[in-house]
Design a protein around this ligand. Structure first.
Ligand code: PXP
Length: 254
């Protein structure tokens, strides 16, 4: 009942910004910058409701210390993406993010490829969902926009899904329109089942409009395109600031 009320009242579309790739840049050099917390503060200042991070098994970008620091410092919601392993569920139960998004994870992948196998991995996901829910962490399942998969969600015990928009984002023309319709139908079905629908992956400054127009979607999680755009809205200023330092040091010698 409470859940239905929240869904009916809340007609806004929220944004979770995935800041993993700011950590990718930091890890590339092993420096202390770019500072993830500073990025999180600016993302919040701009109006995003959630900071999304994915602690991967191989720790290629986000580190354990980042997860704890972000939990402590941000004001808005924290959405932790995690694979369905005991290690990750233990960390989530210790960190207590507001939201945990269970994702599939393969070591060799460049990014999360495809949604969860909610049929083959049913019991594992169900057990992880129960452990996280016991700690009052809201669990979402990152799944393909497939009605057969959505049908399994209530039995798993999750109330939220994040629909994988990767196939839509990677498609062009008519195929993109077809993928959009699949997402629209999956969203409509999930909504009738009382499941909150979020969406994400591959959303950028061109393809987000159509997804954001699906009225029942409550939240988008977007990372790579925002971090990429940040370079171009910032690099001019960053270059100017370095030139200023250089010119000042020469003029102080004169
Ligand atoms: N949602 C989930 C579950 C993801 O795994 C990712 C990528 O980490 C995203 C959203 C964000 O995808 P992108 O970086 O392509 O915007």
């Amino acid at each position: 009942m409470q859940k239905t009320q929240r869904m009916q009242k809340n007609n806004t579309l929220e944004l979770g910004v995935n800041i993993d790739h700011i950590a990718t840049l930091r890890q590339a050099r092993g420096t202390s910058y770019p500072d993830l917390l500073e990025a999180a503060f600016l993302v919040e200042k701009a109006g995003a409701q959630a900071i999304t991070i994915h602690l991967r098994e191989d720790r290629r970008h986000i580190q354990d210390a980042d997860v704890y620091a972000i939990r402590k410092q941000i004001r808005g919601r924290m959405n932790l993406e995690l694979a369905v392993t005991d290690e990750m569920v233990n960390i989530a139960c210790d960190v207590l993010p507001d939201d945990a998004c269970i994702v599939p994870e393969k070591r060799e992948e460049l990014t999360t490829e495809g949604g969860l196998d909610v049929i083959g991995q049913f019991q594992r996901i169900q057990k992880a969902t129960a452990r996280l829910s016991e700690k009052n962490i809201r669990v979402s399942l990152f799944i393909e926009p497939n009605i057969e998969h959505i049908k399994r969600v209530p039995d798993i015990g999750a109330q939220i899904i994040e629909l994988h928009t990767g196939s839509y984002a990677n498609a062009q023309g008519d195929e993109q329109q077809r993928q959009l319709e699949i997402i629209q139908q999956a969203t409509a079905y999930a909504h009738t089942q009382g499941i909150q629908v979020n969406a994400g992956h591959g959303l950028d400054y061109e393809n987000t409009t159509a997804i954001a127009s699906i009225a029942e979607i409550r939240e988008l999680n977007i990372g790579h395109s925002i971090v990429s755009r940040a370079i171009f809205v910032g690099i001019e200023n960053a270059t100017r600031q370095m030139l200023e330092i250089m010119h000042k040091s020469r003029s102080s010698q004169a």
